[in-house]
Ligand binder design. Structure first.
Ligand code: CMC
Length: 431
């Protein structure tokens, strides 16, 4: 971060001027440092939805939404997704550089050694209704892990923080798979340490104890790539939630549970589930126009799910790789999914439509992911859970980064108060 310039603002009520420092990063928009703004002006800034607010300094992920660029530690997603394993990207996010072979083996071994969860977790699961949404189960169980690792974690110790991070990256897939198995009434499958990360997730979801299960390598590779595409996305709602929760010194498992809760919403990670429900509701390509019309109608709350993004005002680079993965998987498995025809027609019409063109609404990462998940046999209700497995890596990387940032403070936004001013209290009997 460099500080070379200032911006001057004038309060037109008094004529007073204030110089605010401008901070430059390595690439991307500069920021105006307003940390002393309240102390100097007596005013807060106002930015609901944080559309113009940088909440922290970060060296993990860079997005240029206008150009459709996504870099992790400087590497374009287009290079990482086809050439890396998910755990290589996890290492990159956590440690800053891609691992060499020895570093990768050590990291993979460290993650693999933490894949089991305490047996008591079975009892947690049994407390849930069978038809609970898997994200509700994941939120509860991941948060519950805080009870198992509370006193052992000294947050001021980087080694302790790294162990908590490894545990989370390792255990969240086990919990996600178990949330699914529980909903199916099937026996829970333990992790198998001879399998790689994505293959093991497939095994825990689809194997049953009475049969041998052979992981389809095409599906394992595709899932691994999907996990890479979802691994991190700078200061989005769930990541900011993890940072804000963590800023108070909260237990890391509780922080990740908070991230899972935020991710669940349909405007964020829940969109992949909503896209598939929408495509199913449309049913056939000839009904696409009707749906586009609804999305444009300001009196109708319906939105085209899988379209639009707060940051991307161009094609989401992850969506392009996801569409390609989708075609590859369907071809490899020889699946003809009519929903793919609906999706392609929807994309074609929306990209030509003035409403979407004007507002720069392009398909996002969730637009095609549901069709790939469906081809893999993953039920719709588990889509967001798969996203949570992947994003756990980004969450823990950002959580760790927060601790080494000297500017880090407990997050505490202010507000523009619009309620009543001080009123005379009247006792109950006199009201
Ligand atoms: N369908 C129809 N209109 C839309 C859509 C959409 N999907 N997205 C935005 N718009 C319109 C919106 O109505 C507004 O129009 P106007 O200017 O006439 O009022 C304009 O585009 C700007 O929208 P906004 O709501 O101000 O934009 P935002 O940055 O606050 O919202 C978003 C971003 C992702 C929440 C939104 O585009 C959306 O709801 N998309 C559908 C849900 C979705 O696919 N979410 C996944 C995001 S990617 C994965 C992730 O990061 O979790």
């Amino acid at each position: 971060m460099t500080k070379n310039n200032t911006v001057t603002i004038t309060d037109n009520r008094t004529g007073a001027t204030y110089d605010l420092p401008i901070l430059d990063g390595t690439v991307g928009p500069s920021v105006v440092d307003i940390r002393k703004f309240y102390a100097e002006t007596g005013m807060f800034t106002y930015d609901p939805g944080y559309t113009s607010t940088g909440s922290c300094e970060s060296a993990i992920t860079y997005i240029d939404g206008d150009q459709g660029i996504l870099l992790h530690r400087g590497y374009p997603i287009q290079d990482l997704a086809p050439n890396c394993r998910f755990l290589e990207v996890a290492y990159l996010l956590l440690n800053g550089d891609l691992p060499n072979k020895a570093e990768f083996d050590t990291f993979e071994q460290a993650i693999t050694m933490h894949t089991m969860v305490n047996e008591q977790i079975h009892k947690f699961l049994e407390g849930f209704r069978r038809d609970s949404h898997p994200m509700a189960v994941m939120c509860g169980v991941v948060g519950g892990l805080a009870g198992f690792y509370h006193d052992q974690t000294d947050l001021s110790d980087p080694h302790h923080r790294m162990i908590a991070s490894h545990r989370l990256i390792a255990k969240v897939p086990t919990i996600a798979a178990w949330a699914y198995k529980y909903s199916m009434g099937q026996p829970l499958m333990y992790p198998r340490n001879n399998l790689r990360y994505a293959a093991d997730l497939l095994q825990m979801m689809f194997a049953v104890p009475c049969e041998d299960y052979v992981v389809n390598p095409v599906l394992a590779r595709a899932l691994d790539r999907i996990l890479i595409l979802h691994a991190d996305h700078e200061q989005n709602a769930s990541t900011s939630t993890v940072r804000l929760t963590g800023s108070s010194g909260a237990n890391p498992f509780a922080c990740i549970a908070a991230g899972i809760a935020s991710l669940w919403g349909p405007a964020h990670g829940g969109a992949n589930e909503a896209v598939l429900n929408m495509l199913e509701e449309i049913g056939t390509p000839d009904r696409v126009n009707e749906c586009v019309k609804r999305a444009k109608d300001k009196d109708d709350p319906f939105r085209l799910m899988g379209f639009g993004h707060r940051v991307y005002k161009n094609y989401d680079p992850r969506a392009k790789i996801m569409a390609q993965t989708c075609h590859e998987v369907l071809e490899e498995l020889d699946i003809k999914d009519p929903l793919l025809d609906v999706a392609m027609e929807l994309e074609r019409i929306a990209l030509e439509d003035e409403y979407f063109v004007e507002r720069q609404l392009y398909p996002n990462v969730d637009f095609y992911s549901g069709i790939v998940f469906r081809a893999m046999g993953i039920p719709t209700s588990m889509f967001t859970g798969m996203f949570a497995v992947a994003r756990t890596t980004g969450w823990v990387a950002q959580w760790n980064e927060m601790f080494v940032d000297p500017a880090q403070k407990i997050g505490r936004p202010r507000q523009l108060y619009t309620g009543p001013t001080q009123r005379q209290f009247v006792p109950l009997d006199d009201r």
